[in-house]
Design a protein around this ligand. Structure first.
Ligand SMILES: *Cc1c(COP(=O)(O)O)cnc(C)c1O
Length: 375
């Protein structure tokens, strides 16, 4: 249907083979593939990261807040320009969301000063997102959290392969949450990883993932245990073996895939830099290596975004918006503070197609259509 679609998975024979191995093994949930995926992911992050594979990133964020002891009466500072899962999980714990605005029209990361300005005696945790795989200012944000005794949760849905000054994102917060949803840099369909560096948080997360049980069913199958205790309340937020097996392959392919993204984004920059109606965020980014999860642009107030989207669609080009304003949703209209810069971006942002196997010619098709529809 689309001439250029927003995203496409980069699967080959290796993913098919990995799934077949799991099906042939006859064991479909947490065992060797999941343990291997967790170990590989921890290795990949380094810095003492301990990883638990989970059903999705939303589950990881939910577990993160609960493991941090957040609930009714608490406030969590969440990013204003993010996917709504950040606000939803906060709301589901009973805590209140307080939005922190982005830094500027060039830097869409959470503004450390704005985070600090929203701290009250009820604030218990700060959640941040590394938008499009560009690191937030981790030195200043960890500084604010340390100064005020706040827990830090990193929403790392966009970040596999990205770093802050050489250190992988997801190794700064008390807990980090990764997404392996179908359109992410590591794509397994539905999946995620919750990461911590603390032993106590790791144990809490393990129990939250699996009914608070002290022993896994694989251990019983292996004859290592006959029964189990339930040490706390918990969920079933586990990842399947098939998805872990795909995740292992995708992780191995990640750095090559991210490099392909980088080359395509450089071409986008060459084509779009200097256009009077189109600006690109993070063009002067110096905080580390990005992984180019998505290709966002900011349209000038003089361009009509709805008609640009429609004209692009007529050219067979799929676009998206990252993200609609939190306060624009009925559930949050009346219960959340404004964040004017993020709301401006929500009204003028347009996400262009980007995926590892996209071609330079396709980037040109997208840029030609965008430039034409903005004139
Ligand atoms: C995709 C995404 C999520 C949710 O991830 P799921 O794995 O679909 O639950 C959360 N936050 C951000 C910023 C995302 O992009």
């Amino acid at each position: 249907m689309w001439r250029v679609q927003l995203h496409k998975i980069n699967y080959d024979e290796r993913e098919y083979q990995a799934v077949k191995e799991v099906l042939d093994s006859g064991w479909l949930t947490i065992s060797s593939k999941t343990y291997a995926f967790e170990a590989a992911f921890s290795d990949f992050l380094g810095n003492g990261a301990k990883s638990l594979a989970v059903a999705n990133c939303t589950a990881a964020l939910h577990m993160a807040l609960l493991a941090c002891g957040i609930g009714k009466g608490d406030e969590v500072i969440t990013p204003a320009l993010t996917f709504i899962a950040d606000q939803n999980v906060t709301q589901m714990t009973g805590a209140e969301n307080v939005l922190s605005d982005i830094t500027s029209m060039e830097d869409w990361s959470a503004d450390p000063d704005d985070i600090e300005a929203h701290i009250t005696e009820k604030t218990k945790a700060v959640m941040i997102v590394h938008y499009a795989g560009f690191a937030c200012d981790m030195e200043r944000i960890t500084g604010v959290c340390a100064r005020h005794g706040l827990l830090l949760v990193e929403d790392c849905a966009h970040t596999p392969g990205a770093d802050y000054c050489g250190r992988p994102l997801g190794t700064f917060g008390d807990i980090s949450a990764f997404s392996f949803f179908a359109n992410k840099n590591i794509a397994v369909g539905e999946g995620g990883m919750v990461v911590t560096r603390g032993d106590e948080l790791y144990e809490k997360l393990k129990h939250l993932r699996s009914h608070g049980m002290s022993v896994q069913s694989f251990d019983r199958y292996k004859g290592r245990a006959v029964s189990y205790d339930v040490v706390s309340a918990g969920f079933n937020y586990r990842l399947t073996e098939t998805n872990s097996a795909i995740g292992l392959v995708q992780l191995a392919k990640l750095s090559e895939a991210n490099e392909k993204r980088r080359i395509l984004v450089e071409h986008y920059y060459r084509r779009l830099d200097g256009h009077p109606l189109i600006s690109i965020p993070f063009r002067r980014f110096t905080r580390g290596k990005a992984n180019f999860h998505i290709m966002p642009v900011l349209l000038s107030g003089k361009a009509d975004r709805a008609s640009v989207i429609e004209l692009m669609k007529q050219e067979g080009i799929q676009t998206s918006i990252h993200y609609p304003a939190v306060r624009g949703f009925s559930a949050y209209r009346d219960i959340i503070n404004p964040a004017p810069k993020a709301e401006y971006v929500s009204d003028h942002e347009l996400t262009l197609p980007l995926y590892p196997d996209m071609t330079i010619e396709q980037v040109d098709i997208v840029c030609d259509a965008l430039i034409n529809s903005c004139s």
